[in-house]
Design a binder for this molecule. Structure first.
Ligand code: NAP
Length: 382
């Protein structure tokens, strides 16, 4: 068998990030199965050069500032570069692990070109879910979730779609799970970045602390699986062993468990419907004796409640909430505002918004408006 013919060519956007590095580990493990065809970074070109040295992809896309020293690779820029690579006839799988909403452009371009999109970038579905779903309906491409909870639900739904009444997403509860609102007021960036179970990028780690990450995931699940928000539950499960559950109509509850390591869902998104051996061991049964569950506290974590409201309101509210959160989290990471100023900023912007159409241009406009307004709110808080 000629392995070059069988190897899947992967375009990996956000290659220098946390998901990107985990994906490279999976590709390293299966050199006969996968080949890195293209990579992207935003501005960390030094890390991108190291990846190119090792994997020799054909294309590199830089979405921000900076350039590569080498000349032995095709370099493209910006969202147009992502689109060109995503639609390239040689690419088989496009794994999107960029930050922010730029992921919508390669997602649409890849679906139009009938590719498998392995989507880690949840902000794309949160802001543009209706647009992606419409594109998917007319496409022979496919959308496979990489987020661990959605990968778990995707796998469970393969067996129980017709009998599933409710989806349950688990949340670790993040690093501030037990803090009062007064304690949250004084919390430091280092405390927020100390996630108890997952090792992730800084933005999503802050989102885990506010539970906005789970709110974004409720919206992501709504669009991926077409369940209404009142049939999507969240449960706090600090050990992060169970990632998703289904309540079935006959009273059964089925769960998906794995060790909290993103290589598991990444590998599945690349190999689906096949399963290959993994370097990650499944959990040991004695560890399951200590699993705990509690309902989320919507009063201490109001952004989770806001996410449910946003998806019920639709009309661009999820896009605006997500964009305002993006700006506020960045300001928190830069030390400009305090932890609770994140939610203050998001609420201020969402409360001002009056709704829009759900087509791509209108949603992009709403996203841009929310980023500008959030920047102004942040400045007023500094
Ligand atoms: N980390 C996880 O375990 C996890 C789990 C589930 C879902 N996700 C989702 O996956 C996505 C990536 O998360 P991450 O934790 O891997 O983030 P990360 O570690 O911060 O990496 C982000 C990647 O995107 C690039 N990037 C940053 N800003 C960008 C922009 N404006 N346009 C295009 N690319 C940009 C970065 O390039 P530079 O290095 O050059 O800045 C880097 O390659 C997010 O949407 C997140 O919600 C992550």
């Amino acid at each position: 068998m000629n392995s070059d013919i069988c190897r899947k060519k992967i375009a990996l956007f956000g290659a220098t990030g946390s998901i990107g590095r985990n994906t490279l580990d999976v590709i390293r493990r299966f050199p006969d199965r996968f080949e890195l065809f293209a990579v992207s970074c935003h501005s960390n070109t030094a890390a991108l050069e190291a990846i190119i040295d090792e994997f020799r992809p054909k294309y590199a896309v830089i979405t921000g500032e900076g350039s590569l020293k080498r000349t032995d690779i095709n370099v493209l820029r910006g969202k147009e570069g992502l689109e060109e690579v995503a639609a390239h006839h040689e690419a088989d799988i496009v794994l999107i692990a960029t930050l922010g909403t730029v992921g919508i452009f390669p997602t649409l371009a890849g679906l139009r070109a009938c590719k498998r999109i392995a989507l880690a970038n949840k902000e794309t579905l949160v802001a543009f879910g209706s647009v992606v779903v419409k594109e998917l309906e007319n496409s022979r491409g496919e959308l496979i979730p990489v987020d661990s909870e959605h990968s778990a639900l995707f796998q469970l739904l393969l067996s129980w779609k017709d009998d599933a009444e409710t989806l349950i997403l688990t949340a670790s509860g993040g690093p501030l799970r037990k803090l009062s609102r007064e304690e949250m007021e004084r919390v430091k960036l280092a405390d927020v970045l100390r996630h108890p179970t997952w090792n992730m990028g800084r933005k999503i780690t802050v989102d885990s602390a506010t539970l906005m990450n789970k709110g974004l995931e409720v919206i992501e699940a709504h669009w991926l699986f077409r369940f209404p928000p009142d049939r999507i539950e969240v449960v706090i499960h600090p050990q992060s062993i169970i990632h998703g559950l289904l309540r079935l109509r006959d009273g059964a509850l089925v769960a998906h468990m794995s060790t909290p390591d993103m290589k598991v869902p990444i590998q599945y998104a690349l190999t689906y419907p096949e399963r290959l051996p993994s370097e990650v061991r499944s959990p040991d049964l004695p560890d399951l004796a200590a699993l705990t569950f509690e309902p989320p506290d919507f009063d201490r974590f109001p952004l989770l409640k806001l996410a449910y409201e946003a998806i019920n309101r639709r009309k661009g509210y999820p896009a605006v909430m997500n964009a305002a959160n993006d700006v506020a989290v960045r300001a928190f990471l830069d030390g400009k505002i305090g932890f609770l100023d994140i939610e203050k900023t998001v609420f201020a912007v969402v409360n001002e918004f009056r709704g829009t159409d759900e087509d791509l241009d209108a949603l992009i406009e709403a996203d841009l408006w929310a980023r500008k307004r959030a920047g102004e709110v942040v400045d007023s808080l500094v």
